[in-house]
Design a protein around this ligand. Structure first.
Ligand code: AMP
Length: 505
């Protein structure tokens, strides 16, 4: 049995699949390059048999060729993030224990030391891409295809395992709901260690026979210039990106604004998701682009679950109804479905839902209730649409569309020499959705240098996890029982912190 994406790619052989920094590539070239990668990984053996293979390469053609190559060899693809410093990469590598790691030359230095300590096969991506093709295994849909790391309410990030069946169900659901077709052309600038860019943008485009144009990274002016040149039909981003694009549009000349807006008007669909879309951004974007953004709701573990309609009324502040093939319900604390109009936790069931957390049997047991995945998000169903009300944990922060764990950041901060206690919270922010803020209580007589601390954090945490505001406090707010009151801390940051520099008090 071959993988659905590759089956479809064969139909579109001579059409353009990818426009990337490295050039323009057809579906045939993608099939050829990925077959070479697969043969390189197999080294003559018949099948990788679901061994993880990690890869680290900038967004572009090589990224997709490596990912497809791992799938075609029967392996589990583990995309590593180009923005992650070495300790974060090493954590993923130690957790997945990959059979091999493929990396672009620029990243060899960052990974080489891990290759020595963790002893995996380590090779430059170019070597795999130039290998002679060979026989490839049949890969059954139930087999594991990908591990994506996501933050939870406890401990370090967990590996979310998606099977080929899960990925196919997620892709087919979106292709159907948003009517993807071969004439589509989408711009990709989202991080490629996250489901949004991997499934919603690249995989849906390639499943439909469409063109996926990949930028090396998000840059508001580069994105506007590309939109202004025209020819795009679809656009998908997180609210932070729309906020940054609005700022960039406003600071452009009247002639540029007109060109940019015209490019937007010619598209057929613009989607927002991965974090709550403020109605103010939806309204400003409508003025700039003439489009009402389609807001959808999803999660690494479930793919996309809820979406406003492609045709018909999109309700600002709401996330619509279940996507094709997805079952959604709202339940109370006891797991009993609630009546419409009553808030409840979102539970999701269907082929789109992931199979397991990688090597975490206890988390797997806790994640599911009677076959339903418990998302931890609270919503209400009213006037025919779901509305997300928030999460049931203060320790999950959504910043710039990325999910981060306050506890994970706290555990890293506590390893800094002069810090006795700390607490991390997210506070509402017009650009970031939520802004990561850290309160630190130093050891007696110590005063940590915030600049030095920031530099230290940079080497240990992905940039989006690093606190944007740092407060040095004498003590943390606690109740009579000594329990930390994060709500108080959030209030403190909201009241005393504008969008300014670090302060001490
Ligand atoms: P991730 O797994 O990183 O994609 O994060 C998933 C989380 O993002 C969900 O559990 C929600 O908390 C949040 N999320 C995604 N889409 C939306 C949305 N449209 N509105 C509010 N929150 C969202």
């Amino acid at each position: 049995m071959s993988i659905k994406l590759m089956e479809k790619a064969r139909i579109h052989c001579d059409r353009t699949a990818i426009v990337a920094p490295e050039g323009v590539f057809s579906y045939r070239q993608l099939l050829d390059a990925s077959a070479r990668v697969a043969a390189f990984l197999l080294e003559g053996s018949p099948d990788l048999r679901e061994r993880p293979v990690a890869f680290l390469t900038p967004p572009g053609f090589r990224y997709v060729a490596l990912q497809w190559g791992i799938w075609r060899a029967g392996g589990i693809a583990v995309p590593l993030s180009v923005s992650h410093p070495r300790p974060e990469l090493e954590y993923v590598l130690a957790d997945t224990e990959p059979a091999a790691v493929l990396a672009d030359s620029d990243f060899v230095a960052r990974l080489k030391p891990s290759a020595e300590t963790l002893s995996f096969r380590f090779a430059r991506a170019a070597l795999a891409l130039e290998h002679a093709p060979g026989a490839l295994p049949d890969v059954a849909p139930a087999r594991r295809a990908m591990i994506l790391y996501t933050s939870g309410t406890t401990g370090r990030p967990k590996g979310v395992v998606l099977t080929h069946l899960n990925l196919t169900a997620q892709i087919e659901s979106l292709v159907k709901a948003w009517e993807w077709y071969a004439g589509d052309h989408i711009l990709e600038f989202l991080p490629l260690h996250h489901i949004h860019g991997i499934v919603n943008v690249i995989s849906c485009a390639l499943r439909a026979g469409a063109v996926c144009e990949i930028l090396p990274a998000f840059d508001a002016h580069a994105v506007w210039e590309r939109i202004g040149r025209g020819g795009l039909t679809l656009f998908m981003a997180v609210p932070t990106i729309y906020a940054k694009l609005i700022d960039a549009w406003r600071s452009s000349s009247p002639a540029d604004r007109q060109r940019f807006s015209e490019g937007c008007r010619r598209m057929r669909l613009l989607v927002s998701g991965s974090a709550a879309l403020p109605v103010s951004i939806l309204e400003m974007w409508r003025e700039i682009s003439g489009h009402v953004l389609l807001e959808r709701y999803g999660m690494t573990e479930i793919g996309m679950a809820l979406s406003n309609p492609l045709h018909g009324m999109r309700v600002p502040g709401a996330v619509g109804t279940p996507l094709p093939g997805v079952e959604v319900r709202l339940v109370d604390d006891a797991g009993k479905p609630v009546a419409p109009g009553t808030p409840g936790e979102i539970e999701v069931r269907g082929e789109t839902v992931f199979s397991e957390y990688w090597r975490r049997p206890e988390d797997n047991r806790q994640a599911f209730r009677d076959g339903w995945f418990q998302t931890g998000d609270v919503a209400v169903f009213e006037s025919g649409s779901y509305r997300i009300l928030g999460r049931n944990s203060v320790d999950i922060i959504k910043t710039g569309g990325e999910k981060v764990s306050a506890l994970e950041i706290e555990s890293i901060l506590l390893t800094y020499p002069a810090i006795r206690e700390c607490a991390v919270v997210g506070i509402p922010d017009p650009i970031w959705g939520e802004k990561v803020c850290a309160a630190l209580v130093p050891e007696a007589g110590q005063e940590p240098d915030v600049m030095m601390l920031r530099a230290w954090l940079k080497e240990r945490l992905a940039p989006y996890k690093a606190p944007k505001e740092i407060a040095i406090l004498r003590e943390l707010p606690r109740n009579a029982m000594g329990k930390l009151i994060k709500a108080e801390l959030k209030k403190f940051f909201q009241l005393s912190w504008g969008r300014g520099d670090d302060k001490s008090c």
